[in-house]
Design a protein around this ligand. Sequence first.
Ligand SMILES: Cc1cc2nc3c(=O)[nH]c(=O)nc-3n(C[C@H](O)[C@H](O)[C@H](O)COP(=O)(O)O)c2cc1C
Length: 144
Amino acid sequence: MKDVKIVYWSSTGNTEAMANAVAEGVRSAGANAELLEVSEANAADIASCSLLALGCPAMGDEELEEGEFAPFFDELEPHLSGKTVALFGSYDWGDGQWMRDWQERTAKAGASVINGGIGLIANNTPEESDLEACRRLGAELAEH
Ligand SMILES: Cc1cc2nc3c(=O)[nH]c(=O)nc-3n(C[C@H](O)[C@H](O)[C@H](O)COP(=O)(O)O)c2cc1C
């Protein structure tokens, strides 16, 4: 069975809800999903998996969360070449710039970003249509 690791950071639960839906999609496609908060993830372990879903909301000024997620991603980045990656996260008042920057950075590291290279974003609390898109994202990842 294929293994997919889903690593996320979430303060108020919005990106967490997206992560749970991604996991449902992975499982519905017949793959194994391991869901981890970034505080319990080890970048070296994560780097051993070829199918990854990474979730982080827009924080700072259109940035990845700086305390836990950004250091994790900095460590993972040199190991992303050849991996298949799904990106997702919630935002509020911005226009998704943090995700455009993140998807570009991930692609430059040599990963294939699914969903046509586009990270999946949801405004604040994900609606049912956003969760459905997360499930599709998880299923797409599991089919690689
Ligand atoms: C300190 C802080 C900085 C934020 N910066 C941004 C931002 O730059 N752009 C944006 O669109 N939303 C920003 N937000 C809003 C969050 O991305 C939004 O509340 C999101 O739903 C949080 O997701 P979570 O529930 O997974 O933590 C910020 C929120 C906080 C608390």
